[in-house]
Design a binder for this molecule. Sequence first.
Ligand SMILES: Cc1ncc(COP(=O)(O)O)c(C=O)c1O
Length: 321
Amino acid sequence: MDLYDKLVDYSQSDVYPFHMPGHKRQVGNPFLQEFPNPYAIDITEIDGFDNLHHAEGIIRESMDRAAKMYGADRSYYLVNGSSCGILSAVCGMTQHGGKILMSRNCHKAAYHGVFLNRLRVEYIYPQIIEEFGIQGGLVPEDVEQVLKTDHDIQAVLVVSPTYDGIVSDVEKIVEICHGCGIPLIVDEAHGAHFRYHKGFPVSALDLGADVVIQSLHKTLPAFTQTSILHVKGDLVDRERLEHYLQIFQSSSPSYLFMAGMERCLKFMEEKTEMTGGRSRMDQFYHRLVKLRKELGAMKRLRLLEEDQKGKNGVYDLDILR
Ligand SMILES: Cc1ncc(COP(=O)(O)O)c(C=O)c1O
């Protein structure tokens, strides 16, 4: 069977996709139905359509609107996933052969960045939540201890939230890093939705992190591979970072992906009659709370609940998980 045929079969099955991408292939959903035939809007860099690698027109304006929505000084659309954002941040914020402090639970892209830039690495380890057999959060004091004694560290990279929705005390980690004049990169790949409802954890960007990378495709209605990298503050050499974004991203960035990201972010902001004038996330959040209440009554499975906060490095947790 061809891949294409298999995908079509899958799209017609009644499987509930508890997997990415965030749009869940809900082709009956008006938002997805309104999207044109992908071939109709698939172009390359032609006059009037700007260039992701030197954005100064329509793409730049679109990314600037995204920056405003997320509270960043500058945001960059990523067409090669958060992976390319992590690679760019790791290589762009350290010197070749330099040193980085990373949490040991980083995504493989972080390790690839270490490999490419021939970095030396110090690690901090996440705590473990024994009763669930999953990673807990990172302890800020662990970061402090390394930074106090090792003055070669050029950047710190942590994952928050984890895949399981565990959020570390990023505010404290920011304070420690900035106290040493070192920038903090937060892999927030699983937290692109945080900013859309106060019931979710606070985004690392709002807590002062210097670079935050989010996969739009993981939790929002955006195409697979679409992500965003945000920069805030003066600790990051943006020119250097942009140079690496050019290295690690396709020289033919997909306009389909970029338009998809723009549309996704617009969709997230809209308040419609259908949602009674509430934000979509507000409506979704309330459904989620109700569902979790029902799931909480399960006899054999246990939900990870708010009572985990304050233990095992767990500062907050994402109830979407
Ligand atoms: C924690 C974390 N960071 C980064 C990534 C890479 O994201 P992307 O698939 O957008 O490249 C993943 C992907 O699974 C992830 O789980």
